[in-house]
Design a protein around this ligand. Structure first.
Ligand code: SF4
Ligand code: FES
Length: 285
């Protein structure tokens, strides 16, 4: 790298801009009402909102609570409301993306607040659990001790692949106007996962999910506002998944049946390679 380029890189790297962060504060042990605290942060070009929050915590106010882990849009922990929209803090560039001298940070809407910008995601996880988000086989013995693989074609994989990118950040639920008025509504995240598993050719559990998805608080409660898809940072498009789920429920009610993928036969005369290790023993029974 030339000296000129080096100097240019250095000056770019150090370029900062003072941005005012208005951060939602609420400590249930101390406060009866939430309030906002204001911090002026020297934001370096390239910083995300999470970088700014970490700066505040380390240099300005150690009492600020936030939740984050991977810092790369994978774990879903850092979702919060930034300038009025649910986003991942670690994927939101302050200068290049928000283009604002003032940034307001709040916890995700539609959840109870544990503290400051940390929401309680228990409702999200409960609804996720309600739709049985795993492959279900009617043959319980086979499910417990599989005797072989369940083949799936690339086209069959394509049917649900996009919906399996969900990182359970909860942004879609925070954006949903129906969740805001009906806390029993399963919500876009859970309904998307219901569809993801129902359409998987290896799954045989549609009937077991029918009770919760074919309900006034299930798929039919969705008004197709589309706010969930707009908020989703992973391109999952929950609004689309819910419409496909409605179509699938209707088709099954009109008698559509689908046999789950059978256990594939082991190819004959194929010996296990001796240098391939066996999987470890199960740690959970
Ligand atoms: S569907 Fe998108 S917004 Fe909703 S929890 Fe999954 S990743 Fe987050
Ligand atoms: S910290 Fe993991 S998604 Fe932001």
């Amino acid at each position: 790298m030339s000296e000129e380029k080096k100097a240019d890189y250095k000056s770019n790297f150090r370029e900062t801009q003072d941005i005012v962060f208005k951060v939602y504060r609420f400590d249930p042990d101390v406060n009866t009402e939430p309030h906002f605290d204001t911090y002026t942060v020297p934001v370096v070009k390239g910083w995300t909102v999470l970088d700014a929050i970490i700066y505040i915590k380390e240099n300005m106010d150690a009492t600020l609570s936030y939740r984050a882990s991977c810092r790369m849009g994978i774990c879903g922990s850092c979702a919060m409301e930034i300038n009025g929209k649910p986003r991942l803090a670690c994927q939101t560039q302050v200068i290049a993306e928000l283009k604002s001298a003032e940034v307001t940070v709040k916890p995700l809407a539609n959840y109870p607040v544990l503290r400051d910008v940390v929401p309680d995601l228990t409702p999200l996880l409960q609804h996720h659990n309600d739709v049985k988000p795993h492959i279900i086989r009617k043959d319980k013995e086979d499910q417990k001790n599989p005797k072989g693989e369940l083949y799936q074609t690339p086209d069959e994989l394509e049917e649900y692949l996009q919906f399996s990118y969900c990182i359970k950040c909860g942004a879609c639920v925070a954006a949903c106007p129906v969740v805001a008025t009906d806390e029993n509504f399963l919500g876009p995240q859970a309904l998307t996962q219901a569809y993801r598993y129902c359409i998987d050719t290896r799954d045989d559990g549609f009937d077991l999910r029918m009770d919760v998805v074919d309900d006034v608080h299930g798929a039919w409660r969705c008004h197709f506002a589309g706010a969930c898809s707009d908020a989703c940072p992973k391109g999952v498009d929950p609004a689309f998944a819910i419409q496909l789920l409605k179509r699938e429920i209707t088709a099954r009610k009109f008698g559509k049946k689908r046999e789950p993928a059978p256990i594939a036969k082991q190819p004959a005369n194929v010996k296990r390679r001796e240098d391939v290790p066996y999987p470890p023993e199960k740690t959970v029974q």
